[in-house]
Design a protein around this ligand. Structure first.
Ligand code: UDP
Length: 336
């Protein structure tokens, strides 16, 4: 049994991770300032004797110091989330990501606490060599485009983590999460799948940004969580990668995603006794990027992970396909 700290543990990924850690017998302290996280996400475990919830920020050095001193492993997930938030609040984004991670890593190095640092596929930027492998060059846009703030800040986190590992032997591993989705993900910060599900359940239209020919690979959060736990157990000992991609490599265009969401929502309706709807009701509306985000917004054409390292080191396997993901998200939305 370990004493574990999950920063951002009331968030979408963090709450699923917290539940799984508690189920495996660990004691878990969750540190979350509830800026984008939500205590409701932890409802299923709120009375669990192994859970301690701390309403606080990773920018609070004294607090981070105390919590890491009490922990064997920290899963560092607290971060600014979502392209929209990053564009609207770039200063807060940089401070949370860089300063917050600096606090976590500095103390962890002093105590020898194992660290799993969650990074992002955004760090590959506009790389054109698909699929993206951990050793690939990154291609970011100019500093005048706020979209790249997130990627750059997360890259700095990775550099800092690996620097602490190099100079002070910090047991750390950096995980680049590709589009992770599932129940509890909020559409409020711009993420596409919860938005599409909500729009379709409300009768549409589904709003696709740009041409919709851009592709992504969506991975169920419950496929990601066991791999994160495994990395926490291995960090700094034995067979553990410095940096590893986690996600699905089932590529889908955003147009196709919109069609699949409509299809599944329609099936749900029919199961609930509704008559088959006229297909023309399944409206998909295309919105230019400058209207959806800001003037000059640069989107990525394709984003696919190379999973060789994850498979080699962790035996990582995706077990839930896109259909199951969409069904789970519809079911969750309907329960809310
Ligand atoms: N997107 C969309 N409609 C939305 C939200 C997002 O068409 O309501 C598009 C977005 O432009 C991008 C893709 O869906 O091409 C994935 O967006 P998300 O913000 O979920 O993830 P990321 O861009 O970080 O991969």
């Amino acid at each position: 049994m370990s004493q574990v700290l999950v920063t951002g543990g009331a968030g979408f990924v963090g709450s699923h991770l917290t539940e799984a850690l508690l189920a495996s017998g660990d004691r878990v302290a969750v540190l979350d300032d509830l800026s984008t996280g939500n205590r409701e996400n932890l409802r299923a475990v709120q009375n669990h004797p192994g859970l301690t919830f701390i309403d606080g920020s990773i920018l609070d050095r004294t607090l981070v110091h105390r919590l890491i001193h009490e922990s064997d492993t920290v899963y560092h997930l607290a971060s600014a989330v979502g392209v929209r938030l990053v564009i609207e609040q770039p200063v807060r984004t940089i401070q949370t990501i860089v300063e917050g991670t600096d606090n976590v890593l500095t103390v962890a190095r002093q105590t020898g606490c194992r660290v799993v640092l969650t990074s992002t596929s955004e760090v590959y930027g506009k790389g054109v060599r698909v699929p993206f492998a951990e050793g690939d060059d990154v291609v970011l846009g100019p500093t005048t485009r706020r979209r790249w703030v997130y990627a750059c800040a997360k890259m700095l986190d990775e550099f800092l983590a690996l620097a602490h590992r190099h100079e002070g032997g910090l047991p750390v591993t950096c995980v680049r999460l590709f589009n992770t989705v599932g129940p509890r993900q909020s559409g409020a910060y711009g993420m596409v799948l919860p938005r599409f599900v909500k729009q379709a359940l409300e009768g549409g239209p589904i709003t696709v940004y740009g041409s919709g020919e851009q592709t992504r690979c969506f991975c169920h959060v419950l496929d990601i969580v066991p791999a994160l736990i495994e990395l926490g157990r291995r960090s700094g000992i034995g067979d553990c990668p410095d940096v590893v991609n986690l996600g699905s490599d089932e590529e889908v265009s955003i147009n196709e995603l919109a069609r699949r969401v409509w299809q599944e929502v329609e099936l749900t309706r029919q199961k609930g006794g509704d008559p088959a709807a006229d297909a023309t009701r399944q409206r998909i509306e295309h919105i230019p990027y400058e209207q959806a985000y800001v003037e000059g917004f640069e989107d990525l054409g394709r984003r696919v992970p190379d999973l060789t390292q994850a498979q080699r080191h962790l035996g990582f396997n995706v077990t839930r396909n896109l259909q199951q993901i969409i069904r789970d998200m519809i079911e969750y939305s309907c329960e809310q």
